[in-house]
Every structure is written in C-alpha cells, then in structure tokens.
Design a protein around this ligand. Structure first.
Ligand code: HEM
Length: 273
C-alpha cells in the first residue's frame, strides 16, 4: 500500500531515527521510584531535569572558558547568553516543587535515605566553573571513578572567572600577579585590585565589549543566586528547620550558601562607579 503524500513516515527497519538520536526510551525509563506516593514522580523527574540543565550549562560555560582563552570574546558571550536562557529554564523548573507542604514531602522523604542534591557532581562542576573550588567536595565521589576524574579535572583547571581575569590582564588591565598565578584548586578570593579594574570599566564607555562581558557575567551571577534562593525557599516550605537528608543543618546551611556572591567584584565594584 503506498503511503499518502505529505504524511510522516511510519515504516522503519529498526528503532526510529528519533529514538536513535534522543534515546527517549532510555530517558523515560530512568524513573525508579522508591515509594508508593504519587508525588514522588515529579520530585524525581524535576531533579533529573535539573541535572540535565546543569549538564547543558556546564557545557556552555566550558565553551565560554575555552573561547576566552583564545581571546574570542564574541564566541564566549554567545555561549554565556545561551546559558542565561537555560538558567531561566532551570529556575522555572522549580515550579512543581516550590509549594510542597511538609506532609507531602514527608510522604517520600524517608525513601531518599541519605541522598541529597549536595551530592550532585554536575552542580559541583558549575560551582567550580564559577570559581568556588573545594577539594573536599570530591570526597563523596571517591566511589565513582568517572565522576571523580571529571571533577578532579575541573578542580585543577582555570574557572570561567579565572579566564576572564587572564583576558583582562592580556588587554593591559592591572590584574595582580597573585590573582593570575593563584592556586586554581582553591576558592577564588575577591581582590581590591580586580574590583578597581571593574570599577574603571564600568565608569567608562558602557558599550565597551569588556564592560558588556561584565554585564553578561553579572546576569549569570544573578540567575545562579536566584536558583539558590528558590531552592532555599522551597526547602523552608517543605521541611522548616529540620536537618537535611545529606546531614547538614538544612535551611541554616543553605542560607549561608545562598549569601555567596558569584563573581564577587562585579557586585562590589558597583558601589564605586
Ligand atoms: C523541595 C525539595 C528539596 C528540599 C527540601 C531540599 C533540601 C536540601 C537540603 C536540606 C540541602 C542541604 C544539604 C543536606 O543536608 O541535604 C540541599 C542541598 C542541595 N540540593 Fe536540595 N532540596 C530539594 C530539592 C532539590 C532539587 C530538585 C535539586 C536539583 C538537583 C536540589 C539540589 C541541591 C543541591 C545542588 C544542593 C547542594 C547546594 C550547595 O552545595 O550549596 N535540591 N537540598
């Protein structure tokens, strides 16, 4: 029987080309629920969706980092701008979990055991790329060689912000040697000299490509801060001040994490412009 014109193909020898590319069959069978509670599915899938967005965002920020290393600012900004839309989508995915009540969360919480987003390696790679390095964050992943190796590499490599500062130095801005030669495995500490460079850039022509790069990084920082705050408020609603499944003090611990500024001097320089 000949197929009608203008209708999609129905006949494939093996799996569909869609399946071969998307692997939807794999993706939609990774939901191994641990309770009978009907609300657990959206908790698990939201977490998986966020892991996928973390993966895309890490990819964009690595693309931007490599582009900055070759002085290709347009390619870096293009990747960072893509990441802004992705961060917005990531943040929007809080919606299904944002108003959980303690009773709803309790219905499957014990099934999570000691599992916690704190153990997310992809989130940690995001933080490392932002300059928030910490060797101790590798410890939970000792039992997973591939994950551990990827994190170890990310710990040793310059962060996105390190590459921005190296580029500013190549363009003649006074970034101190102590910043350029810092121990990359340590958390980036704010520097008054770097703050001065951003102050000067922001006090000059706002259409300067470096000032615009600063604004794009500020957008990234703001959206990361929003993710942390949405997480904090969702947690406060779902469990008050109980301790976390990962063993932390819960909300009190998250509150401290949420006050950290991403790309610190981009925020403090604003007081001096
Ligand atoms: C409403 C549901 C949620 C609650 C009540 C909650 C609670 C918590 C708590 C208490 C912590 C602190 C560590 C601990 O002791 O466990 C934490 C950390 C974390 N959670 Fe959640 N969480 C929720 C949803 C999610 C989702 C959907 C994700 C997505 C992957 C996620 C990702 C993270 C990450 C990445 C951390 C570590 C943050 C950091 O290192 O600064 N959480 N969560």
């Amino acid at each position: 029987m000949s197929q009608e014109a203008d209708t999609p193909n129905l006949d494939f020898a093996g799996t569909t080309p869609y399946e071969d590319y998307v692997q939807a069959d794999v993706l939609t069978h990774l939901q191994h629920l641990r309770s009978d509670d009907p609300g657990e599915m959206v908790f698990l899938v939201t977490t998986q969706v966020m892991e996928l967005w973390f993966t895309v965002i890490v990819h964009e920020w690595e693309t931007a980092t490599h582009a900055l290393r070759r002085d290709d600012i347009p390619a870096a900004v293009a990747a960072l701008k893509r990441s802004l839309r992705e961060l917005e989508a990531l943040n929007a995915s809080w919606r299904p979990l944002a108003q959980l009540t303690p009773a709803q969360f309790n219905s499957y919480r014990s099934a999570l055991g000691e599992g916690s987003g704190f153990q997310s390696a992809m989130y940690r790679r995001m933080e490392f790329l932002l300059g928030d390095k910490s060797a101790s964050m590798l410890v939970p992943h000792r039992g997973a060689p591939r994950v551990h190796a990827e994190l170890e590499k990310a710990l040793q490599e310059p962060s996105l912000y390190d590459e921005v500062l190296a580029l500013l130095a190549r363009r003649g801005y006074a970034i101190p040697a102590s910043v350029l030669q810092r121990d990359l495995t340590q958390k980036y500490e704010p520097s008054p000299a770097v703050e001065k460079v951003w102050t000067d850039l922001y006090s000059g022509d706002e259409s300067n490509e470096l000032a615009r790069l600063g604004e794009t990084l500020t957008d990234v920082g703001e959206l990361v801060w929003r993710w942390r705050n949405d997480h904090l408020v969702a947690t406060r609603r779902a469990m008050g001040s109980k301790t976390g499944t990962g063993g932390s003090a819960g909300v009190a611990w998250l509150e401290k994490r949420a006050t950290k500024n991403v790309f610190p001097e981009l925020w403090t320089a604003r007081s001096h412009v």
